[in-house]
Design a protein around this ligand. Structure first.
Ligand code: GDP
Ligand code: ZN
Length: 351
């Protein structure tokens, strides 16, 4: 029998006798892979809890859920348990729940940047903001140390924006620095990798696994259109009992990449709410309990849901944070460019 505590389950209250706690290890179209005391199995959502009047959030990788076992078939997922941390994005599917969690119940977040081309302080700051908000603890992991000409300079820079988060430099290729990750990889804990494509997430996972799991566990699946897509297990367990979440959804979390104005994208997605702004009685209305608030009135009339307003407020806070930080960083960037220019000039003179 599997002890779910080894999978980070901390709930002490016993669920109803016909239900079992389980953890989601992979999400496919409408079908979930999960692990419970009985082992690995598949599950499907119970319609009344997930599509009813007060729908539960759809489970995501890392979620703890309660399941009802079904003889000879997929079990039924009846409840998503309270998350202690999660990352989410706006659900690209309009029939979905607007906010879509992409990873849940992690302890540590490796914010990954490569030391050769991908290094970008502003991006580190954005990922830090996301991580603090998620409930996880960030660690800045600078990758491909074997390729860096001057890793110390980047480490120093990263420390200046880290605001207390640890900074480590590693190479998945040579193994350099990997032992610095040990304190964050404790048995039973869950870690997620956050970083742009190509920074070395798969390579780090493979180095930690001691084998090529990312390749080995690749499975072929038919999707609805009959096209072949390749997916891999989304939560894997290292030999020492640490769980690593690496989902495709996580890769899309860098919603500020390419300098897309976060403020703009929030507005266009929440135009129904933004249209009502400025029509409240008080100009500094926070749309919480204020009298004469037109957004609260729209909720009252059932035109906007409270959850949607919550998502809007949450994203707006993130956007504000990113904007303030971006302004501060612009100044720093200019100074850094000046130093770089001076450095290049100086080197030319020397050589
Ligand atoms: P992912 O997209 O974040 O999963 O990145 P990958 O792990 O697929 O790595 C992208 C590329 O970087 C591959 O060509 C890797 O071989 C290379 N790479 C990853 N880690 C290292 C490293 O520590 N040193 C060097 N030299 N190359 C690396
Ligand atoms: Zn208002």
């Amino acid at each position: 029998m599997i002890d779910l505590k080894q999978y980070g389950y901390t709930e002490t209250e016993k669920p109803p006798s016909d239900l079992l706690p389980a953890r989601i290890t992979a999400v496919h179209r409408e079908r979930y892979e999960l692990i419970s005391q009985s082992g690995t199995q598949h599950g499907k959502l119970k319609t009344s809890t997930y599509y009813g009047r007060e729908p539960h959030p759809f489970p995501t990788v890392g979620d703890f859920v309660l399941i009802k076992e079904v003889q000879g078939g997929d079990c039924q997922i009846v409840k998503t348990l309270q998350r202690r941390s999660y990352f989410s994005r706006l659900d690209p599917d309009p029939s979905g729940q607007k906010e879509q969690a992409v990873a849940a119940n992690f302890d540590t977040v490796f914010i990954m940047q490569s030391l050769n081309q991908n290094f970008n302080l502003r991006r580190i700051e954005r990922y830090l903001a996301l991580t603090w908000q998620s409930g996880g603890t960030p660690v800045i992991v600078l990758t491909k140390a074997d390729l860096a000409e001057n890793p110390e300079k980047h480490i120093e820079e990263a420390i200046t924006v880290a605001a207390g988060a640890d900074v480590v430099a590693i190479s998945a290729k040579t193994g350099e620095g990997l032992n610095q990750l040990i304190p964050y990889l404790k048995p039973g804990q869950t870690c997620v990798f956050l970083g742009s494509s190509g920074v070395g997430k798969s390579s780090l996972l493979n180095a930690l696994m001691g084998s090529d799991v990312m390749d080995v566990s690749e499975i072929r699946e038919d999707d609805a259109r009959g096209r072949h897509t390749t997916t891999h297990r989304q939560m894997v367990t290292l030999p020492n009992g640490v769980h690593i979440i690496d989902t495709p959804g996580m890769r899309e979390l860098g919603m500020w990449e390419n300098d897309v104005g976060m403020g703009d994208s929030v507005s266009s997605i929440f135009s129904d709410i933004e249209d009502l702004l400025g029509t409240c009685k008080f100009s500094d209305c926070r749309h919480e309990t204020e009298p004469g608030c037109s957004i609260l009135a729209a909720i009252e009339r059932g035109e906007i849901t409270q959850e949607r307003l919550n998502s809007y407020n949450k994203l707006k806070r993130e956007a504000l944070y990113a904007e303030n930080k971006a302004a501060a960083m612009k100044e720093k960037d200019t100074i850094r460019k000046d130093i770089d220019a001076w450095w290049r000039h100086r080197n030319k003179e020397v050589w």
